[in-house]
Design a protein around this ligand. Structure first.
Ligand code: CUA
Length: 149
């Protein structure tokens, strides 16, 4: 039975490996931008994270967030109602979550990768941003606020 278990694990890992490489399931093949987590704070986008007017694409703003143990930078952000925002999130340390409560924005902030999601915020209001990936002792204190004004 142990041989059978080992053999099916081997088959599973081979299928997973082939699917990842040939199916384009790796971050690089999916077009996800990579970043050296040790130098995140030297990157102009994440050294002063926050809302910036978009310079390309059809969105109005780029919103950069740095998720680190145990805080988000910025700790609060204001977005003009009706604007389309491309959110970029990364982490310099461990895996964090990035959920904007009450919206479809729910990403993983992974060291080495920049997660992005484009969203139009029509309704004025206040959204809590929470970390939904257990990241350590301060996990429950890890929040930010997104205000649509
Ligand atoms: Cu960061 Cu949980």
């Amino acid at each position: 039975w142990i041989s059978l278990g080992t053999a099916s694990l081997a088959v599973f890992l081979i299928i997973l490996g082939i699917s990842a490489v040939h199916g384009g399931h790796t971050p690089a093949a999916s077009g996800i931008e990579t970043i050296n987590p040790e130098h995140v704070r030297e990157d102009a986008r994440f050294s002063e994270p926050g809302l910036k007017e978009a310079t390309d694409g059809d969105h109005d703003y780029d919103l950069y967030f740095l998720a680190s143990a145990f805080m988000y930078e910025p700790g609060e952000v204001e977005i003009p109602a009706g604007s389309t925002v491309k959110i970029h999130v990364t982490s310099p340390d461990v895996v964090h979550g990035f959920q904007v409560v009450g919206t479809n924005v729910n990403m993983i902030a992974e060291p080495g990768l920049i997660s992005t999601y484009e969203m139009t915020f029509d309704e004025p209001g206040e959204h809590l941003i929470v970390c939904n990936e257990y990241c350590g002792i301060g996990h429950t204190d890890m929040t930010s606020t997104l205000k649509v004004v």
